[in-house]
Design a protein around this ligand. Structure first.
Ligand code: ADP
Ligand code: MG
Length: 338
């Protein structure tokens, strides 16, 4: 075959593979957009594990009619203007890849209305091709309906697990979103059944109660530690509620659910001597870390963070955990080690 440049539709389908792996990735991107749009209430509804149907409704700022087609182009974002802005990204999104990626591999219906607009807009795009745009009545905010994920990429579709398993991934994701944004009210509906509701009252302990239940919510220790570059707040479980796997190790960095080897190791080291080997603690911790020591632009799904001062981050987290477990938060580290 002669060398040729791929058409945009093909490029989008390939790129979509990096961002959109399964229904949970669609939910993640759309729900994060809702949070970035300053929504205070987000409803997430799925059917068939999200494979045939996902609906996400928010009461955020809406999308201006004139900007809708552009929002579905690759690298279109209202969140950064230049590489310099990357250093201080406060929003969850910034790559401008989600909507174009989802549109490339699914059928999307969007209904949106800004406060300023007199009427709402309904926009339909399938396989990256615009189908329809019309004015309709709608409340302020945005609803995305995503149908038949990977309908045009059968190979990708084949890699999906059963509806039950996919629904489990979505459920875990919604829980993480609720943990990371206690100030937003989340509702999760699976096959018509209410699965989770959080009030958005800002209390992390209430979220733990709703997600993990009473036994865990009543066996927590509060963590609070601060230096110039890092602040930690939230809760960790008493050693007695540890588990045989890491599913209860939740932490959030500047509002994102992110894995960091450094932080996971520090937390587990902090529990050494308190829980048995191969047992893992419950944690729901919020880290506020200076943007200047973080690199967020590591991976398209933004799941793994890098720090410019790994040792410092490790020691700080380790000490915060140890001090909390030993109940001696105010005792300086030097004396603790005796
Ligand atoms: P990014 O989030 O990285 O900017 P996306 O492809 O996810 O890229 O979204 C493109 C743009 O569409 C966003 O920058 C935002 O302006 C707009 N947008 C997407 N979802 C919403 C929403 N729920 N409410 C308001 N605006 C939205
Ligand atoms: Mg986004």
């Amino acid at each position: 075959m002669p060398i040729q440049i791929l058409d945009q539709n093909t490029i989008n389908k390939i790129a979509a593979g990096e961002v959109i792996e399964r229904p949970a990735s669609v939910v993640k991107e759309l729900a994060e957009n809702a949070i970035d749009a300053m929504a205070t209430a987000v409803t997430i509804e799925i059917k068939d594990g999200g494979i045939s149907f996902i609906r996400i409704t928010d009461n955020g700022c809406g999308i201006d009619k004139g900007e809708i087609p552009m929002a579905f182009l690759r690298h279109s974002t209202s969140k950064i203007k230049s590489v310099e802005d990357l250093m201080c990204v406060r929003s969850l999104g910034f790559r401008g890849e989600a909507l174009s990626s989802i549109a490339a591999v699914a059928q999307i219906e969007l209904i949106t209305k800004t406060k300023e607009a007199f009427t709402g807009v309904r926009y339909v795009i399938e396989g990256g091709k615009e189908q329809n745009m019309e004015d309709i009545g709608a409340p302020d905010g945005t609803t995305f309906i995503v149908r038949n994920l990977f309908y045009n990429t059968p190979v990708r579709r084949k890699f999906l697990k059963t509806a039950t398993t996919e629904a489990g991934y979505v459920s875990a994701l919604v829980e993480h979103l609720a943990f990371s944004h206690p100030e937003v009210s989340f509702r999760f509906i699976n096959n018509g059944q209410n699965k989770l509701y959080t009030s958005g009252n800002g209390s992390l302990k209430d979220i733990i109660y709703h997600v993990n239940g009473r036994d865990i919510a009543t066996n927590l220790l509060e963590v609070s530690a601060k230096t110039q570059d890092i602040q930690i707040s939230g809760f960790i479980g008493k050693p007695m509620i540890s588990r045989g796997n890491r599913t209860y190790e939740n932490y959030f960095i500047n509002g994102r659910y992110i894995k960091s080897n450094i932080i996971t190791r520090a937390i587990e080291e902090g529990y050494k001597g308190y829980i048995m080997q191969h047992q893992y603690p419950f944690t729901a911790l919020h880290f506020t870390i200076e943007q200047s020591i973080i690199d967020v632009n590591v991976h398209p799904t933004k799941m793994e963070l890098r720090f410019s001062q790994n040792e410092f981050v490790y020691d700080f987290v380790l000490n915060a955990i140890r001090n909390t477990l030993s109940g001696r938060e105010l005792v300086p580290e030097v004396r603790l080690s005796r």
